[in-house]
Design a protein around this ligand. Structure first.
Ligand code: SDX
Length: 395
């Protein structure tokens, strides 16, 4: 009956698991991956090293890192038949729609690593997903603009390889701009994991039944797509683009406060952070530097509108009382735009970066003797028992 279970909508007070991967203190604005502060990783590490750290728990030594880079590089190609799936999607399909489909389809191609009871299978499928995600992501973009798919180049690093698959064409040589490549690497570090967010929890719940990791990660991608979660980076830029001048900012802030209007400030607020999101702080700074270095005059006005929006919101009592600060996605879209990444690919960039977090958590869960199938209860508020009436006796 009622009252037997804890009613906790949105699981705001429920710890669903034990984890030693990511630590957040939302009051202090602290974020640690395996104990290392995000600020230090952002400054000194690179995305693939962070992947190693999240997956294996320690920073790699030289030999371990070489081996890991080599393994990931050698798994970047995808089965040629899988690439044919792309032709089945309309040219104007949203790349996230394609990603949900093709990542789920990986389980149809890599059966040889879907025995989740075997730790070696788990590790191979982990490597495969980290390695193939950029290939699948870039292909979804190439499909949408009608260009030939560009195959991975094993002589390149993870991020440069992705940029080349996105932007190269067969008829011209291509070299990624090192400034762009470094900015993207940083963005990926900052998005790599964030403990029990909606998509990570989805991956855990989906795979708690013993479902294969490719299918479970596809479920995580579906969850991330929503505008309250990873879809926010796309929604932020749409919002900023809709503001014609800084004079229009106060009006937008007023709309966000109006409870009769469904509009919310995209990129603002967070379930855990009651402080500035430490990732937003880093991205804001990097945004500033990147726009200067690239001399991007096109994106400067958008950045200025964002700064003004932040300034006005942070001074407003509504936002102060509710501790609403910019989150990771408030400034990330501006960087992605400055790098030439099209708007429809923004959430896909989040998918690419977060894949490792989902996988690290999945591997942790599979090794945890406490873990069992996820099965929440409910408070039933429907009818009590009643008898069936034949059709001619109703109404
Ligand atoms: C990510 O969880 C994670 O860790 C996620 C993430 C990760 O790395 O995995 O950090 C990535 O998803 C970032 C968040 C991206 N989403 C957005 O930017 C969308 C806009 N933000 C909101 O929808 C919202 O703030 C959430 C979804 C982020 C958090 O939702 P909560 O915790 O359920 O909070 P809430 O909606 O109950 O908000 C509390 C109050 C409410 O007002 P009251 O009813 O108390 O009067 O704050 C208000 C909300 O209406 N509020 C906002 C607001 N966000 C919250 N009001 C205006 N604009 C906003 N953006």
């Amino acid at each position: 009956g009622l009252g037997m279970f804890t009613y906790d909508p949105g699981y705001a007070a429920t710890a669903s698991c034990r984890s030693s991967i990511t630590y957040i203190d939302g009051d202090e604005g602290t974020l640690l991956y395996r104990g290392y502060p995000i600020e230090q990783l952002a400054e000194h590490s690179d995305y693939l090293e962070v992947c190693y750290l999240l997956l294996y728990g320690e920073l790699p030594e030289t030999k371990q890192m070489e081996k890991f880079r080599d393994i990931i590089t050698r798994h970047t190609m995808v089965n040629e038949d899988l690439l044919r799936f792309y032709d089945g999607f309309r040219y104007d399909a949203h790349p996230m729609a394609i990603m949900v489909g093709v990542v789920g389809a990986l389980s149809a191609f890599y059966h040889d690593s879907t025995d989740v009871t075997d730790p070696r299978h788990r590790e191979i499928s982990a490597h495969r997903m980290i390695a193939k995600m950029p290939t699948l992501a870039a292909a979804s973009y190439k499909h949408s603009i009608g260009q030939p798919l560009i195959y991975p180049d094993n002589s390149l690093g993870y991020v440069d390889n992705f940029l080349r698959m996105m932007f190269a064409v067969p008829s011209e040589p291509y070299t990624a701009n090192p400034v762009a490549s470094r900015a993207l690497d940083l963005m990926m570090i900052l998005h790599a994991d964030h403990e029990q967010n909606a998509s990570a929890s989805t991956v855990r719940l989906a795979s708690s039944s013993g479902a294969n990791p490719f299918a479970s990660i596809a479920a995580g991608i579906a969850s991330l797509w929503g505008p309250a979660h990873g879809g926010a980076n796309e929604a932020v830029v749409q919002m900023l683009e809709s503001i014609e001048s800084v004079r229009d900012v106060p009006g937008l802030v007023d709309r966000a406060k109006d409870k009769s209007d469904a509009f919310r400030l995209m990129g603002f607020g967070h379930r855990i952070y009651k402080q500035y999101d430490p990732r937003a702080k880093i991205i804001r700074q990097s945004c500033h530097e990147l726009l200067n270095e690239l001399g991007s005059t096109r994106d400067q006005p958008l950045f200025e509108i964002a700064l003004e929006l932040e300034r006005i919101a942070l001074e407003d009592d509504y936002f102060k009382e509710r501790n609403l600060y910019p989150n990771v996605d408030f400034y990330s879209g501006i960087i992605l735009r400055a790098l030439g990444i099209p708007l429809s690919m923004f959430t896909v960039m989040f998918v690419m970066s977060r894949t490792v977090g989902w996988i690290a958590q999945w591997m942790e869960m599979m090794d945890d003797p406490d873990s069992r199938i996820g099965r929440p209860r409910q408070l039933y508020v429907g009818h009590s028992r009643r008898d069936y009436l034949p059709l001619d006796q109703r109404g």
